[in-house]
Design a protein around this ligand. Structure first.
Ligand SMILES: CC(C)(COP(=O)(O)OP(=O)(O)OC[C@H]1O[C@@H](n2cnc3c(N)ncnc32)[C@H](O)[C@@H]1OP(=O)(O)O)[C@@H](O)C(=O)NCCC(=O)NCCS
Length: 232
């Protein structure tokens, strides 16, 4: 059965507003975090592919974006996630431009006809099996993530941390108690810690690569992949 928001919570909802001093002047810039609405889907797909997927550990290791058909399937995958209508977007208030996107899903990813995307799916299934988040927290349903990015010129100003914190009001709004994410980079892991997520499971890319020899983690051999979750 498709997930439905409770009555009256169909959105779009604004979950957070905040101000940050500009990097270049004393001016204060204002931002909001809200449901990612349909009018932003195409732009958000471009932004998450450019700013997340192209540099993401799993997409690089599985070589998802090396062919035209691979790029098209990754674009489609994000569009399908956005259609679940639980993803978040951060907008700069004066221009309403997209500053950050967090693709969120309540589904397990399905097998596709793209072998590289299936490699990611299998790796995620392995991690979910190593740490069973639903058993651990005693819940039947969780929200997980398919990608997080902050547009480059807005990085290192706490925006990823605010995006991850905004899942708290989102979860309360849709009546789900737990969110979990495989955080693949040190920056995202640090932002998750700052946002109150607890670390459930950690594995080095060297060890992960031993289980998935078709994934090429050689560029990330000193790194760790972490499952981190938050319960409201
Ligand atoms: C990772 C990312 C989302 C962080 O966004 P951000 O808005 O710059 O993060 P924040 O400003 O909230 O940073 C939170 C903390 O992480 C640190 N941090 C941010 N980027 C970092 C990086 N690349 N390496 C190490 N630490 C980093 C910040 O210094 C901050 O620490 P502090 O509180 O001690 O100052 C952003 O760099 C990004 O979009 N990267 C490309 C895509 C990606 O890696 N996505 C995550 C995949 S799981």
């Amino acid at each position: 059965m498709e997930f439905e928001r409770p009555n009256g919570m169909q959105g779009p909802m604004v979950y957070s507003t905040f101000q940050i001093k500009s990097k270049h002047s004393d001016e204060v810039e204002e931002f909001l975090i809200q449901d990612l609405t349909e009018n932003y889907f195409d732009e958000a797909v471009n932004i998450i592919v450019e700013n997340h997927a192209k540099c993401a550990v799993f997409h690089q290791a599985a070589k998802t974006l090396l062919s035209e058909s691979g790029i098209r399937r990754v674009n489609e995958m994000y569009l399908n996630v956005f259609k679940e209508k639980i993803s978040l977007v951060c907008l700069k208030m004066d221009t309403m431009e997209i500053v950050a996107v967090n693709a969120l899903t309540y589904r397990d990813s399905e097998a596709t006809n793209d072998a590289n995307l299936n490699l990611i799916r299998d790796t995620v299934a392995f991690l979910n099996n190593e740490f069973n988040v639903m058993d651990h927290y005693g819940v039947h349903r969780v929200i997980s993530a398919a990608g997080l990015c902050v547009v480059e010129k807005y990085r290192n100003r706490g925006i990823a941390t605010k995006m991850l914190q905004a899942r708290v009001p989102l979860l309360k709004c849709i009546g789900i108690k737990v969110t979990t994410t495989i955080f693949s980079t040190p920056g995202a892991q640090k932002a998750a810690r700052a946002a109150g997520y607890e670390e459930n499971y950690s594995i080095s890319y060297d060890d992960l690569g031993k289980n998935f020899n078709k994934m090429d983690f050689s560029k990330f051999s000193n790194g760790f992949c972490k499952v981190m979750s938050l319960k409201v």
